[in-house]
Design a protein around this ligand. Structure first.
Ligand SMILES: Nc1ncnc2c1ncn2[C@@H]1O[C@H](COP(=O)(O)OP(=O)(O)OP(=O)(O)O)[C@@H](O)[C@H]1O
Length: 412
């Protein structure tokens, strides 16, 4: 369908964003946004969600506010937008006053000498700054705020794997700014999380775009974990399949990450640990070494998570049972963002489930939910007949037949 803005839209996509064309759903989503509707976008990792709100931001007179959960991710986005000569700011709890004032000027529509189309804000900043909330309200009333984007929208749901209490405050947006346009985006959402997102953000009328969550270039496999030979087996896999290439090994505990990284080094594989027990500087150093290909394998707890967007991760290995299918999809999904064939291998032993059960015991309220999630993972690991993709995608409410797997999981 053609709109008044179609020509302009395609030109900006080509000449500003330097994309040869749109990917599936992108143009439709952008048209829906430019038509003024709320929008709910569910697309797998690497699907190209950012363009769906960045491009309309350039086509709209006011500022677009993006709520995003990770400062490092926001900085990356702003850096890349600035490279394309698009004005963008990143506001967190640590932003200096002078920059905040510039951002407030943009919100008021006073833009002399300031180029600003997008403002990225952490949910914490939004939740705890009354001034920001007031400025947003005024900006909206004066027609200077075009819309609000909620990235990683599953963080609003306690049923999601990355619940962030401050995201809940975003539920007040529709009542504080009546009529404000909202776009919510996520790469993971079970039907329950999806319902939660719509209800909490009050976007029940939103146009929904849902793409298949299948990642055809990923190869899924579950292997039996041999406790004493675990590191050796992993090292053998890496050396035989991806020598010198990038990967992630997820372990359950900080200690295990340290042990496993040391073992990998013994096997002459360049590896570094990443977990919450390391000081900020070491953690950042290790991540940078990995991002810049100075080390090949990062051995991490799930603290190594959101915002990892290295495109050429060739393998993601889980040395123990992930906590939930949603978590597993997200973690293993860090492989192959560049579309090339990559492996997701889960080393399974039932005794790992018992360790998880024990860890959950203290947290009485969550116990049932935690146990259900774990049981689903155990089912995933123990089945020898059902397609692994089918199991994952059914969990997300997607109808997926094993014929579409094309023998790219070990059960098929
Ligand atoms: N139409 C397009 N043509 C070519 N490349 C594109 C197009 N749209 C997006 N891309 C590229 O695809 C990559 C992934 O896009 P993006 O970061 O928006 O993914 P995402 O859906 O936000 O993933 P994640 O959930 O991991 O954040 C980026 O490098 C982006 O430049």
């Amino acid at each position: 369908q053609k709109f008044d803005w179609t020509e302009k839209l395609r030109k900006i996509n080509k000449h500003v964003f330097r994309n040869p064309s749109f990917r599936k759903h992108q143009e439709e989503i952008i048209n829906t946004i430019l038509s003024g509707h709320d929008c709910f976008v569910l697309m797998p990792t690497g699907g190209g969600k950012s363009l769906c709100y960045q491009l309309p931001a350039l086509m709209s007179p006011g500022v677009t506010i993006v709520i995003s959960p990770l400062v490092s991710l926001m900085h990356d986005q702003v850096y890349n937008l600035n490279l394309l000569r698009i004005g963008a700011y990143c506001i967190s709890a640590n932003t200096p006053m002078s920059e905040l004032e510039e951002m407030y000027s943009c919100l008021r529509g006073v833009k002399e000498g300031i180029n600003c189309q997008l403002i990225y804000i952490t949910p914490e900043k939004f939740a705890h700054s009354q001034r920001l909330q007031n400025e947003m309200q005024r900006s909206f009333q004066n027609g200077k705020l075009s819309r609000i984007i909620i990235d990683e929208a599953h963080c609003v749901s306690e049923w999601g794997h990355d619940f962030r209490p401050d995201y809940k405050m975003l539920g007040a947006l529709k009542s504080k700014l009546p009529g404000v346009q909202i776009m919510a985006l996520t790469a993971t959402a079970t039907p329950r999380v999806r319902r939660d997102i719509r209800n909490i953000l009050q976007i029940n009328e939103a146009y929904t775009f849902m793409q298949s969550f299948n990642r055809p270039n990923l190869r899924y496999e579950v292997r039996k974990k041999e406790k004493k030979k675990s590191a050796e087996n992993i090292a053998t896999f890496i050396k035989e399949n991806y020598p010198g290439e990038t990967g992630i090994i997820y372990c359950l505990s900080k200690n295990r990450c340290e042990e496993m990284a040391a073992k990998m080094q013994e096997f002459k594989i360049k590896a570094l640990p990443y977990h919450a027990g390391l000081d900020d500087q070491t953690r950042k150093f290790n991540q940078d070494q990995w991002s810049n290909d100075k080390t090949h394998v990062i051995v991490a707890t799930i603290a190594f998570g959101m915002g990892i967007n290295k495109p050429d991760v060739r393998f993601v290995i889980h040395e123990s049972l992930p906590k939930s299918m949603e978590g597993y999809y997200q973690e293993s999904g860090r492989a192959g963002r560049d579309g090339k064939i990559s492996h997701c291998i889960l080393y399974y032993s039932y005794s790992d489930k018992l360790v998880h059960d024990k860890m959950a015991q203290d947290d009485f309220d969550k116990k049932e939910n935690v146990r259900n999630n774990l049981n689903k993972m155990v089912e995933y690991c123990e089945t020898q007949f059902t397609c692994r993709r089918q199991l994952q995608l059914h969990y997300f409410g997607e109808n997926f037949g094993p014929d579409k797997c094309g023998k790219t999981c070990d059960n098929c």
